[in-house]
Design a protein around this ligand. Structure first.
Ligand code: NAD
Ligand code: TYD
Length: 361
């Protein structure tokens, strides 16, 4: 058995990763540490392929005592660190939560991992790995015509979210360089797919579209992201954990870079097909251009050459195939969406983020 500590495994990518890992690796046991913030839910962990190999621990990655006790109690060989505050718009409203979890939390985990790893020298054939899941947003924004982000692009984070992720990347790298802790980092582009909290662009548009609510597009909608289907991302992470070189960084992208407005229009066309009789069909009539995000990064794009050439990984979904699968999941799981929509905290977030933006039409 290989014991893998997954942090943030009740959130969007983390829960998809837990599903993926338990299905793909019969020898993996998962210790899933998650604080269950607004973004995490145990509902994301129902129907796991092998629930007997999954242990859920509700707790905070900033709690050093708890984190150290997990390393002592379980023979953890691999850490896959997802837990973070992740929404750029929330980081503009409340940066403090991002500094705490993303920086202090990563430091706490690194310290506990370092203690456990240096106290127990590795037996032959046994390896230790601390894998840190990060974002392409640490590189800042690309100007038109500038080449895509590679692993050597200088860091230039623009939002408080990106700045705290950049800080955590630097800490991870420093623990590798200074203490020899076997670390890897992956910087990936925007994910989408099942179980993404409906505050991010794609699930928000699907959830609002299904409910006949406005689809708020920031600014002119011409910002560009490099969309990656979450299952492809999970596969890439596990490839890096198994075959990536300690101390190295790998960029992961989806190879799909349409402007936001095109993504929203594609989703509207998919919803039109799914519910042609809806009173608000065509769904594109729900699109509203609203005030832009302060400091909004205009364009991201990932150069995947390293992971393709060195680890032979490439994404298997196009944006078209991934969006159809994603919309189908949200349609089949409308109870999951409605529960979130009914939460007061979610309604408060929508009011806070959108009521001031107005309708630019
Ligand atoms: P998410 O917001 O959906 O989930 C985050 C999870 O972390 C939640 O389950 C939450 O309960 C947990 N969490 C938050 N604070 C915690 C704390 N202090 N202690 C323990 N658990 C805590 O996030 P996501 O979209 O799944 O992102 C996961 C990781 O991937 C993050 O590190 C993020 O920076 C990175 N990433 C995300 C994207 C994306 O498009 N979503 C892209 C690139 C990188
Ligand atoms: P988001 O999903 O928040 O991810 P990120 O900011 O990390 O890239 O946003 C993706 C893009 O969609 C980004 O350019 C902002 C834009 N956006 C909207 O136009 N309207 C919205 O309501 C949201 C949440 C995002």
């Amino acid at each position: 058995m290989q014991t893998v500590l997954v942090t943030g495994g009740a959130g969007f990518i983390g829960s998809n990763f837990v599903h993926y890992l338990l299905g793909a690796e019969p020898q993996a046991r998962v210790i899933n540490l998650d604080a269950l913030t607004y973004a995490g839910s145990l509902e994301n962990l129902v129907d796991l392929p092998a629930p007997e190999r999954h242990i859920f621990v509700q707790g905070d990655i900033c709690d050093a005592g708890l984190v150290e006790s997990l390393f002592q109690q379980y023979e953890i060989q691999v850490v896959v660190h997802f837990a973070a505050e992740t929404h750029v718009d929330r980081s503009i409203v409340d940066p403090g939560a991002f500094v705490r979890t993303n920086i202090q939390g990563t430091y706490t985990l690194l310290e506990a991992a370092r203690k456990a790893w240096s106290a127990a020298p590795q037996a032959p054939g046994r390896t230790f790995r601390f894998h840190h899941v990060s974002t392409d947003e640490v590189y800042g924004a690309l100007k038109p015509g500038e080449p895509a982000f590679s692993e050597t692009t200088p860091y230039a984070p623009n939002s408080p979210y990106a700045a705290t992720k950049a800080a955590s990347d630097h800490l991870v790298r420093a623990y590798g360089h200074t203490f020899g802790l076997p670390v890897t980092i992956s910087n990936c582009s925007n994910n989408y797919g099942p179980r993404q909290y409906p505050e991010k662009l794609i699930p928000l548009m699907i959830a609002n579209g299904l409910a006949g609510r406005p689809l708020p597009v920031y600014g002119d909608g011409q910002q560009v992201r490099d969309w990656l289907y979450v299952e492809d991302h999970c596969q890439a992470i596990w490839t890096v954990v198994r075959r990536g070189v300690p101390g190295e960084t790998y960029n992961i992208g989806g190879g799909n870079q349409p402007p936001n407005l095109e993504v929203v229009e594609t989703l509207c066309a998919i919803l039109d097909e799914y519910q042609p009789a809806a009173p608000y069909c065509p769904h594109r009539s729900l699109i509203q251009f609203v005030a832009d995000r302060p400091g909004h990064d205009r364009r991201y794009a990932i150069d995947m050459t390293r992971i393709q050439q060195e680890l032979n990984w490439r994404p298997s979904h196009t944006l078209a195939s991934g969006l159809v699968k994603t919309a189908a999941w949200y349609l089949a799981n409308q109870g999951w969406v409605r529960k979130i929509q009914q939460q007061e905290s979610y309604q408060q977030w929508l009011a806070r983020n959108y009521s001031q933006r107005g309708d630019m039409k």
